[in-house]
Unconditional design. Structure first.
Length: 183
């Protein structure tokens, strides 16, 4: 069995405290493996269906196909969800894996990890507000080197970006320059 260059890539391992970074890396990993994987994360598993035509008493509707009716293409689409579930479980330690072991789809695992690591929507909003406040009050610390100050500022900008708040480069550059100590 041959392996592609993507199959030999290292799966990002989740550390709960580093979830936002893991999420970005995992999305890139999944997209590199197969761009359709992102659809399964966003939309849920592919479920083969067939149309039941309208009759006088029943409107036209869809029903789930029996496994024996699946086409080879449908089997490949269904298999994608199983592959993603395997990748996600491979990226987790035993504690996190136990939290999602009962999940039936890759989307369910993804959503559960998001909630476990990031919290509910209200927690995310609070975190975003705290990061914005930290940005607005950003200033150099006593005895902090220029490199340390810049690294801390860049980390703050990255964390803001991960929660959907981005600043124009000109504004963030000005903010950083104003944070520099006078000397």
């Amino acid at each position: 069995m041959s392996t592609t260059k993507y199959e030999s890539m290292k799966i990002p391992i989740l550390k709960k405290s580093e979830y936002p970074t893991w999420k970005v890396k995992m999305l890139m990993y999944l997209e590199a493996m197969d761009p359709d994987y992102l659809d399964r994360i966003r939309d849920g598993p592919y479920i083969p269906t067939r149309i039941i035509e309208r009759t006088e008493t029943v409107p036209k509707h869809y029903v789930v196909k029996a496994k024996s009716e699946w086409t080879p293409e449908e089997k490949a689409h269904v298999l994608r969800d199983a592959k993603i579930k395997n990748i996600l479980h491979s990226s987790l330690d035993d504690v996190m894996s136990n939290r999602v072991i009962a999940c039936k789809s890759a989307k369910e695992i993804w959503d559960t990890l998001e909630t476990q690591c990031q919290g509910s929507e209200s927690v995310k909003k609070n975190k975003r507000a705290l990061l914005i406040q930290e940005y607005e009050q950003f200033d150099a610390r006593p005895d902090e080197s220029l490199t340390d100050l810049y690294d801390r500022f860049l980390t703050l900008l990255n964390n803001l970006s991960l929660v959907g708040k981005e600043y124009v480069s000109e504004d963030s550059n000005t903010k950083f320059l104003r944070a520099l100590p006078e000397e």
